[in-house]
Design a binder for this molecule. Structure first.
Ligand SMILES: O=P(O)(O)OC[C@H]1O[C@H](OP(=O)(O)OP(=O)(O)O)[C@H](O)[C@@H]1O
Ligand SMILES: Nc1ncnc2[nH]cnc12
Length: 186
């Protein structure tokens, strides 16, 4: 696994300046990273989508996975800009199926995600995009899910990595040489 901050310092500073800290949300002790100010800024949002699309092209991806819900907001425009197809990984019960499912724990609760079993074809090279990497539970579950479809994951890309929560270390044995790109690391 390689890569940490996959952005210039100017882009990193711009993105970070548009992420708002909200203490004790959604529960006491969590410092929530609110990306809505970034999404509302057309310059920052466009630069973010460009950077993610560039990573997709660099890793020669053929399909882009977005993780519900905030991952959708970033992955779908990045896929369109890179002229690639988008595959949603959804919270349980939202896809008509047939699906594969995977449970996981995150910083503030538990959840289950699903993907359509036929979402990928032979030889597909998949990049998984999400907004935040915290404990890595969500990304780990998504990697497991995509792996079970038979597709190859060629990258994980996030806007923001919360280094202290250890997601990168958690994913290392799963990712091996697959790059984990974080545009901003705090
Ligand atoms: O690394 P982890 O500890 O797994 O945390 C990261 C995940 O937590 C958030 O998702 P959340 O489930 O809160 O959902 P949302 O995108 O629907 O707001 C975030 O969007 C990531 O998917
Ligand atoms: N602290 C945090 N802020 C925003 N999204 C998160 N997902 C998991 N932890 C998070």
């Amino acid at each position: 696994m390689t890569s940490t901050e996959a952005a210039s310092s100017e882009l990193r500073d711009l993105l970070l300046s548009r992420i708002r800290d909200v203490a004790d949300y959604p529960q006491p002790g969590v410092m929530f990273k609110d990306i809505t100010p970034l999404l509302a800024d057309p310059v920052a949002f466009n630069a973010l989508v460009d950077a993610l699309a560039g990573l997709c092209t660099r890793h020669a991806a053929t399909k882009i996975v977005g993780l519900e819900a905030r991952g959708f907001i970033l992955a779908a425009p990045a896929a369109a800009r890179a002229r690639l197809g988008f595959v949603p990984v959804r919270k349980a019960g939202k896809l008509p199926g047939p699906t594969l499912a995977q449970g996981y724990a995150l910083e503030y609760g538990t959840a289950e995600i699903e993907v359509h079993a036929d979402a990928f074809g032979p030889g597909d090279r998949v990049i998984v995009i999400d907004d935040v990497l915290a404990t890595g539970g969500t990304a780990e579950a998504a990697l497991d899910l995509v792996g079970r479809t038979g597709a190859s994951v060629v990258g994980v890309a996030v806007l923001l990595e919360l280094e202290a929560l250890g997601g990168r270390e958690r994913l290392a044995p799963v990712l091996k040489d697959v790059p984990l790109d974080a545009l901003v690391v705090v």
